[in-house]
Design a protein around this ligand. Structure first.
Ligand code: GCV
Length: 698
């Protein structure tokens, strides 16, 4: 195993300095297995650098415990183990008395400080690995005088990243669809990369954030990528080998038409016996090659991808077909709920893309197998900077649901803009669809007594030396894993963690100035982005195709179902039951009534749900038109302030990082000005209402 960084890559949030506290201790690691070996390897490397030592005890009989006086600073142990030193054994006894065996589960760990020894216990190897990275996060604080016993277990069983990576460079979408960080880390020039060192480094970063599953290819499955399921399966197996030491399982996006395209069958009808046999046999071969394979990801009947509709079958029929093939091996199918008509007639104001997933899937609740996970984008449209939650999340109590986020910043500045997304995800995860006393979106994804579907996100990494194009976009990848582990974490605290880990030891003058500057730049950056782009939840005022920069009417007369309906009197989409598309009716109470009411609808979603006159007064007291002007002027000023803050770090952070972020901030400021001017000019020209403060609108 090689945990070294490839030479041309920036170390992201695990620079060697992050291991200083661990590496200067006298440590004992107890346990067997590949993931425990990773723990040993990490500890040994840290000790070699920082002067600590690692004890590798030979297997001993259970009664041959080290003497009571053996002075370790740190014990990391898989329990039950027969060779725990007295201090760790004492912690184990307390743990068992309080919680009973099994409380830590497959991935949990316990951290305690007892008799001046820090003890991490786990009942399964993955738990020990997560415990190790938790220690790294804590740094010296893990070795403080006292620490109460802490139990950590992930809220979500599945914490997954989807890669929209292609093997062949796609003529329109490139190597990575919606990728803003260079090429794929897995694939280059029509083949798997021969050197997977970078993939190993990625797995390590993900494990340190808590991610445990990765889908290695685009959900839009093209001809070459389709063959990963069959004759190119060896490539997937090679990637799985590199990610396995970090507790990460590999998943594969497959085409619903694979039995036709790869198997030579006349059709891919999910109820056809030949098709079922083909999937069963093909899946068996996958598991022969990759015994811990995670499962399939499917985009069907969506944006041109094949699906069960072609055979008059439902999405439950389609998903269950694959689920049955995977079930004997413990695999799951992630079936995406992103199904809508992308050939809509813009003249038809009754059809509504926001309704599509609910209309298609809610009636199928209860019809999916237990190993089907319905993967719904968090909003009903498509990862806009502001949307309500997708009502599908609240409409399918009999289905395992995964919530999908987009770490790659397709609609949030494409990693040219700073946009720390964790506050947005946190709002979504804490949202209570049935009202304040009810379950939250995070609860649904976590599942109750039955397994939930977990959290999934589209990754934002590529072969860029800074991993994510914009170095500060790394924080989004880190935060996704952390929120999937614990959705109640405070996004600002998560940002602090990321700052500490990433800039540990490399900031001249200590971390204080870096923390202050980055908090000032990043904490509110999502809301800043929202301010200077499409207003009040209306969304989609981007340039068609690549989706970067403003184009207010770019999608207004298109078939994609993305309209704002601005005219001389007002703007917004009427999605009410009373006079609009009826979309509000897909929500349970109280939200179906809150969103229905123009008076009660939250300001930030007003234009998502209602078409209102420019003079409509918001809860904030401002009119819609004045709000548009004010937020767009303010947003640009905030970006200018971000840029000034970053300048102050010129001699404090790594010059390469500084230069890259400066270049991106220059572009962000240019683009924010463009947004401000286009949006303000558009609405001024439509409405004829001047800015109350007399500022220049071109
Ligand atoms: C992978 C949006 C993106 C597409 C993406 C799709 C999806 O439409 O623009 O590039 O396709 O979402 O999530 O499937």
């Amino acid at each position: 195993m090689n945990t070294a960084q490839p030479n041309d890559v920036h170390a992201a949030w695990l620079p060697p300095e992050a291991f200083r506290a661990l590496g200067s201790r006298h440590t004992l690691v107890c346990g067997e297995g590949a993931l425990v070996d990773t723990v040993r390897h990490e500890t040994a490397q840290a000790c070699a650098r920082y002067g600590g030592s690692l004890d590798l005890p030979p297997p001993r009989p259970a009664d041959a415990r080290p003497a009571a006086g053996t002075s370790y600073d740190l014990v990391l142990a898989l329990v039950p183990a027969g060779l725990l030193p007295i201090t760790a054994a004492a912690v184990e006894v307390v743990y068992r008395r309080r919680h009973g065996a099994g409380a830590l589960g497959e991935e949990g760990f316990l951290l305690a400080r007892h008799a001046e020894v820090t003890v991490v216990l786990a009942e399964a190897p993955a738990g020990l690995l997560y415990g190790l990275y938790h220690l790294v996060r804590l740094g010296e604080a893990a070795f403080g005088l006292t620490r109460p016993m802490e139990l950590h277990r992930p809220a979500m069983r599945l914490r997954m990243l989807d890669h929209w990576d292609n093997i062949d460079v796609h003529p329109v979408m490139g190597q990575v669809e919606r990728g803003y960080a260079g090429g794929s880390i897995f694939w280059a020039n029509g083949a798997r990369r021969a050197d997977l060192t970078r993939v190993g480094a990625y797995g390590r970063l993900l494990a340190a954030g808590g991610v445990n599953a990765v889908a290695v290819n685009n959900v839009n499955v093209h001809a070459t990528e389709m063959r990963l399921l069959t004759d190119r399966l060896g490539d997937v197996a090679a990637i799985a080998d590199v990610l396995r030491p970090y507790g990460i399982r590999v998943h594969l996006s497959v085409s619903f038409a694979a039995p036709v395209a790869l198997g030579g069958l006349p059709a891919a009808d999910p109820l056809d016996d030949g098709v079922r046999a083909w999937w069963a046999d093909t899946t068996k071969r996958v598991y022969e090659s990759i015994p811990d394979f995670g499962g399939y990801v499917v985009k069907a009947d969506s944006e041109g991808q094949p699906g069960p509709f072609a055979y008059g079958r439902s999405h439950a029929d389609g998903a269950n077909l694959l689920a049955d093939a995977l079930a004997p091996f413990g695999g799951v199918v992630h079936w995406r709920a992103f199904v809508y008509n992308h050939r809509q007639d813009w003249r038809d104001r009754s059809s509504d893309r926001a309704r599509a997933a609910g209309d298609h899937f809610a009636p199928l609740d209860g019809q999916f197998r237990d190993n089907v996970i319905l993967q719904a984008k968090h909003g009903p449209m498509d990862f806009q900077p502001r949307e309500p939650i997708s009502p599908v999340i609240a409409a399918m109590p009999g289905t395992r649901l995964a919530v999908e986020f987009q770490v790659t910043q397709e609609y949030t500045g494409q990693q040219r803009h700073v946009c720390y997304l964790a506050p947005w995800w946190s709002e979504v995860l804490r949202f209570a669809p049935w009202g304040d006393d009810g379950r939250t979106v995070a609860d649904v994804a976590a599942g109750g007594s039955a397994a939930g579907g977990g959290l999934v996100a589209v990754s934002n990494v590529g072969d860029d030396p800074f991993w994510t194009g914009h170095p500060l976009a790394q924080a989004n990848l880190y935060a996704f894993g952390r929120l999937a582990w614990d959705p109640l974490l405070d996004p600002v605290a998560v940002l602090d963690e990321w700052i500490e880990l990433t800039f540990a030891g490399s900031a001249s003058g200590g971390l204080g100035p870096v923390r202050r500057a980055l908090r000032g730049i990043m904490d509110d950056s999502w809301r800043t982005y929202e301010r200077y782009t499409a207003p009040l939840g209306v969304g989609f005022m981007v340039r068609p195709g690549h989706h970067y920069g403003p184009d207010v009417d770019g999608y207004e007369y298109s078939p994609w179902g993305t309209y704002h309906f601005a005219d001389r009197d007002g703007v917004g989409v009427d999605r009410t039951r009373a006079s609009g598309t009826g979309f509000t009716g897909q929500y349970p109470p109280p939200w179906r009534d809150v969103y229905e009411s123009v008076e009660r609808c939250p300001d930030e979603l007003l234009l998502f749900f209602h078409h209102v006159p420019y003079g409509h007064v918001l809860h904030s007291g401002s009119t819609v038109i004045q709000h548009i002007y004010d937020t767009h002027f303010a947003g640009v000023e905030q970006v200018a302030a971000m840029r000034r803050r970053w300048e102050r770090l010129a001699d404090v952070v790594d010059p390469g990082v500084h230069a890259r972020v400066r270049e991106r901030l220059d572009e962000q400021l240019r683009c924010a000005e463009e947004w401000r001017d286009q949006i303000n000019a558009y609405f001024f020209r439509k409405s004829g209402v001047p800015d109350a403060h007399g500022r220049r609108i071109p």
